[in-house]
Design a protein around this ligand. Structure first.
Ligand code: ADP
Ligand code: 5GP
Length: 238
């Protein structure tokens, strides 16, 4: 594709959906990929808006037809990004954002190494637990079993942080939104080949602080709450 491909991943409950919704308000010409999933719609979700909700047989057929750029099983359901979203974004001259899990992100990075990947961390395990509880209370589906499973999965997902380009700690929402905007605008400025404007310099400066290599010290304490040592799993691809 000709535009920039951004990938954002996070353990469930970290606030990724909230952050992406904020980003939509501040950045133009960024398309948000609508994935296919076999899970049922939640709350006010609408087919074609949050996801394309399809049956397992249909999903299987799409795999066999090689229609996916990537696909993965998450929490017992299938999720996938159709190749057509890349073509559509390129046709419109837009950049594209994929909100996908760590397995999907690894598949995309392998196929398209120039993609920019961002991993969102919660401030701690306790805060993640409280956000998961808060969200399930607001959806009227409090299940300790689901929350426990998501916390266990969170640790495994967080082990993959070293394969991402940027790390964003979603503590104060306004602050992390600014950082996310800076990463998108900074990458645009960096790849434009033009000298950056003063505003772009600021974006680049903020974005640089979020580069994984510059975040290791800051996230050590957060990783410890999940029993993940720094720089464990897969080494960086950048
Ligand atoms: P995800 O998409 O990562 O699963 P959500 O965006 O649904 O997470 O957020 C999970 C819960 O945490 C929601 O109740 C949301 O309002 C809350 N939340 C998101 N970001 C923050 C933040 N920075 N501070 C406090 N609560 C937050
Ligand atoms: P949810 O069911 O809560 O919307 O999403 C669960 C997880 O699936 C999240 O981590 C989300 O990023 C991931 N996900 C959503 N769409 C896709 C996709 O197309 N591919 C992959 N690999 N993961 C996805």
């Amino acid at each position: 594709m000709s535009g920039i491909l951004f990938i954002i991943s996070a353990p469930s409950g970290s606030g990724k959906t909230t952050l992406v919704n904020e980003l939509r308000q501040y950045v133009e010409n960024l398309e948000f990929s609508v994935s296919y999933t076999t899970r049922l719609p939640r709350g006010s979700e609408q087919d074609g808006r949050e996801y394309h909700f399809i049956a397992r047989e249909q999903f299987q057929q799409m795999i066999e037809n090689h229609e996916f750029l990537e696909h993965a099983e998450v929490f017992g359901n299938f999720y996938g990004t159709a190749k057509t979203v890349l073509q559509d974004a390129a046709r419109q001259g837009n950049d594209l954002l994929l909100d996908i899990d760590v397995q999907g992100a690894a598949q995309v990075k392998q196929r398209l190494p120039e993609a920019v990947s961002i991993f969102v961390l919660p401030p701690s395990r306790t805060e993640l637990e409280s956000r998961l509880t808060k969200r399930s209370l607001s959806e009227n589906v409090v299940s300790q079993e689901v929350i426990r499973r998501r916390l266990d999965t969170a640790r495994k997902e967080i082990e993959n942080y070293p394969s991402y380009d940027y790390i964003l700690v979603n503590d104060r929402l306004e602050y992390s939104t600014d950082q996310l905007v800076a990463i998108v605008q900074g990458e645009r400025a960096r790849r434009s080949g033009k000298p950056p404007s003063p505003q772009e310099e600021q974006y680049l400066e903020t974005a640089r602080k979020c580069l994984k290599a510059n975040m290791e010290d800051q996230i050590r304490g957060i990783l410890a709450t999940f029993d993940v040592p720094t720089h464990t799993a897969i080494s960086s691809q950048r």
